[in-house]
Design a binder for this molecule. Structure first.
Ligand SMILES: Nc1nc2c(c(=O)[nH]1)N(C=O)[C@@H](CNc1ccc(C(=O)N[C@@H](CCC(=O)O)C(=O)O)cc1)CN2
Ligand SMILES: Nc1nc2c(ncn2[C@@H]2O[C@H](COP(=O)(O)OP(=O)(O)OP(=O)(O)O)[C@@H](O)[C@H]2O)c(=O)[nH]1
Ligand SMILES: [Mg+2]
Length: 472
């Protein structure tokens, strides 16, 4: 079958060099049509010489993995001076014939070259279409394709390392080992039911029970580390709380290093929640500034207070800002009540003023780390950074021996498989006949296949690739 040839800009816009990528059966021919060697160009007019014919077979005749210096022309006129990379199937990213044109990096030039390529027979690639082809052509599985996206969007070492591990296929292998275990045992049960004379199901159910328990432990381990991994790579959902005027918005601005939130000496300045992403050391915080929590009759402010409480309830981490230049009051006591079962840190803010509330005053009510802090003098910034980094990045995880789920889609598939395994375990305990087991075993087998894509529907696959960026 002749595959449609696609093209797209593969580089980020701007930068010194731009990359236009072409993939498909006509990639070589299209490139041949628009490529000229230096000797074919009249440099004084920036046009091809008069008697020059395009050599459509030029790249078909070259070896794979070779680089060619020359020019791209559009209707005889030079568009840019380029390098062309040739990768012949199956030795390419998509496993199809691939041409990459390295051009000068300006956005106008890059777009013009892409237009020239499209004019000569390629179709504009959809987001993720190159990687989708790598998937359909069997070079990578679905989890690995998703890892490519994770890799591109990673913002810290943790995200990068776990994406690389997934791209290498570590998650896929972990899941596939469990699937093969289940498949083997399903096969055994069916064979034994068909041919009871040669297969003994006598003690099999006890063996099966042990095996499934082990598989379940392995899957549970993935689920247990999921939140941890999500926080490290996508950011810790962090809410700044405190009573009005404590200095919450000032802290937001200080961490962001810009005047993002409105700060005034009027209590009740912040009404709505404000979300921003900041990096503190190697930790990413998805930071939320909230309205000061206290009793109020103001309708609008009250909505803000309720939102603050709601956010504080469902976040990963709280920064509780205390105005240490004032006595703790009812508002603080109300906040401390809300925070009891949560994870967070206390900033004893306004340390540049006369301290009235001490670390001791507060720690006897809330057993959290206390940092003496000032938005004015930046006292405590280093301690805050260290505390957050130590709390969330402790015990360097070795990626060689640990596998991580990096997406909610994977977590859901694993949890569903655990449920199916539980159903089998229950059936064993209930002394049900063996053919009952296979239904749930099949569910677990198929459910886990969603992760590497073995059992993923076309809709699911399309949905995943839609999230990709252009040119990938
Ligand atoms: N110029 C360029 N740089 C790039 C990419 C690319 O596509 N082009 N990549 C794109 O993301 C990344 C590298 N990933 C790649 C993965 C596989 C193959 C590939 O050709 N694989 C073939 C053949 C391998 C071989 O020749 O030994 C294969 O596995 O069948 C290429 C790049 C980052 N850098
Ligand atoms: N001296 C001193 N003043 C501070 C410090 N942090 C904040 N302030 C001042 O305290 C006042 C309130 O600061 P905000 O950051 O608006 O306080 P908030 O907690 O966001 O207040 P609401 O939004 O009303 O809940 C402003 O006048 C700030 O300049 C600090 O560390 N030292
Ligand atoms: Mg505020």
């Amino acid at each position: 079958m002749h595959t449609k040839t696609i093209a797209s800009i593969a580089s980020g816009m701007g930068g010194g060099i731009g990359v236009i990528r072409i993939s498909g059966d006509d990639a070589m021919t299209i490139a041949g049509k628009i490529f000229r060697k230096r000797s074919q160009i009249d440099l004084s007019s920036e046009c091809e010489k008069e008697d020059v014919q395009s050599d459509d077979k030029f790249f078909e005749k070259t070896d794979t993995h070779t680089i060619h210096y020359g020019f791209i022309v559009d209707e005889g006129k030079v568009v840019d001076e380029v390098m062309v990379l040739v990768m012949k199937k199956p030795n390419s990213y998509t496993r199809e014939d691939v041409i990459e044109i390295d051009s000068h990096g300006g956005p106008f030039i890059v777009k013009k070259i892409l237009e020239t390529v499209l004019k000569n027979g390629a179709a504009l690639a959809e987001p993720g279409e190159f990687t989708k082809r790598a998937f359909f052509n069997g070079r990578i599985d679905l989890a690995q394709a998703e890892a490519v996206m994770k890799l591109i969007s990673s913002e810290n070492n943790y995200a990068l390392d776990s994406a690389l591990s997934q791209l290498e296929g570590n998650l896929s292998k972990y899941i596939e080992d469990i699937r093969q275990d289940i498949l083997y045992d399903m096969g055994y049960i069916e064979a034994a039911l068909d041919d009871p004379e040669h297969y003994d199901l006598g003690k099999f159910r006890f063996e099966l029970r042990d095996k499934l328990e082990r598989d379940k432990d392995k899957l549970n381990e993935l689920v247990e580390h999921f939140d941890d991994g999500r926080m490290k790579s996508e950011g810790i959902n962090t809410v700044i709380v405190g009573k009005p005027n404590a200095g919450k918005s000032s802290l937001m601005n200080l961490l962001l290093d810009e005047e993002r939130a409105i700060v005034t000496n009027v209590a009740g300045t912040t009404r709505d929640i404000l979300e921003e992403r900041v990096k503190l050391g190697d930790v990413i915080l998805n930071l939320v500034d909230t309205a000061g929590i206290h009793e109020t009759d103001d309708v609008v402010e009250n909505i803000g207070v309720n939102k603050a409480i709601e956010y504080a309830d469902k976040c990963d981490f709280i920064i509780y800002v205390v105005d240490s230049s004032e006595k703790l009051d009812d508002a603080d006591f109300q906040i401390i009540d809300i925070l009891q079962q949560k994870k967070g840190v206390i900033l004893m803010n306004k340390s540049d003023l006369n301290p009235v509330t001490t670390v001791n005053d507060i720690q006897k009510r809330l057993d959290w780390e206390c940092i003496t802090f000032s938005n004015e003098t930046k006292q405590g910034m280093k301690e805050l950074e260290d505390y957050v980094n130590n709390s969330f990045l402790d015990g360097d995880i070795s990626f060689n021996d640990q596998v991580h789920l990096t997406g909610i889609r994977h977590k859901e598939a694993v949890m569903a498989a655990i449920e199916s395994i539980d159903a089998v375990l229950q059936a064993i305990d209930d002394e049900m006949p063996e053919d009952f087991f296979t239904i749930d075993m099949m569910d677990a087998y198929k459910g886990l296949g969603l992760i590497n894509g073995e059992t993923a529907s076309e809709d699911l696959v399309n949905k995943i690739f839609k999230e990709f960026c252009m040119g990938k």
